[in-house]
Design a protein around this ligand. Structure first.
Ligand SMILES: CC(C)(COP(=O)(O)OP(=O)(O)OC[C@H]1O[C@@H](n2cnc3c(N)ncnc32)[C@H](O)[C@@H]1OP(=O)(O)O)[C@@H](O)C(=O)NCCC(=O)NCCS
Length: 167
């Protein structure tokens, strides 16, 4: 499956400093599908069959992390999959626009790497549009480095980078 952890080309957003508390994490629940699909549409500009979320969650429940606000409403998520032996892959990763630059993404990535270690994976991978400077900077800060250029990887023809780091 083509990696869908991405956003539209040319979109960048500056982090807005904020002292508001970050979200807390929990696992995916079936009633998260609607709010998560809304985040996917807003942040990743994609729409998927709602059943996709449940079926991927069933394959690796600990790899599907949901960040929720004080009312238990999803404000971000990271969906990890395990398609290659020994590897965890970030398939989708997004935080609601109003909740970015407050550490929610870091919370999700830390938990994803911990879950990957818990499963004994050696490597974490992801794909990102070459234009997605915000995400590339975030991943680089997390020790991911570019391991491959994926030519015309996205449906609109944009190239992607595959990035990876040891777990
Ligand atoms: C990539 C993404 C998930 C990161 O989520 P996030 O919640 O903004 O991540 P964080 O808040 O942990 O970190 C983002 C930045 O804010 C900074 N930050 C974190 N908490 C902060 C705070 N309280 N005040 C100010 N800045 C803060 C971080 O240092 C980080 O800086 P960087 O831009 O140099 O990396 C988010 O930008 C997003 O959803 N983008 C759109 C979808 C997308 O591109 N997904 C990835 C596709 S491959």
């Amino acid at each position: 499956m083509r990696c869908i952890a991405d956003t539209a080309p040319g979109r960048t957003e500056a982090p807005v400093p904020s002292d508001r508390p970050s979200a807390r994490l929990r696992g995916f629940r079936p009633d998260d599908v609607v709010p998560i699909a809304a985040i996917v549409e807003e942040a990743l500009h994609e729409r998927y069959d709602p059943s996709l979320y449940g079926s991927l969650s069933a394959e690796w429940p600990d790899g599907f992390l949901v960040a929720v606000d004080a009312d238990d409403r999803p404000v971000g998520f990271l969906l990890g999959v395990t398609q290659v032996p020994g590897e965890a892959r970030v398939l989708m990763f997004a935080v609601e626009r109003d909740h970015r630059a407050r550490g929610v993404g870091a919370l999700l990535m830390d938990a994803f790497l911990a879950a990957s270690r818990g499963r004994g994976f050696q490597r974490a991978t992801l794909e990102v549009r070459v234009s997605n400077a915000t995400a590339i900077r975030f991943y680089a800060r997390y020790g991911y480095s570019v391991v491959d250029l994926l030519r015309s990887y996205y449906s609109d023809g944009e190239n992607g980078y595959q990035m990876a780091r040891p777990v």
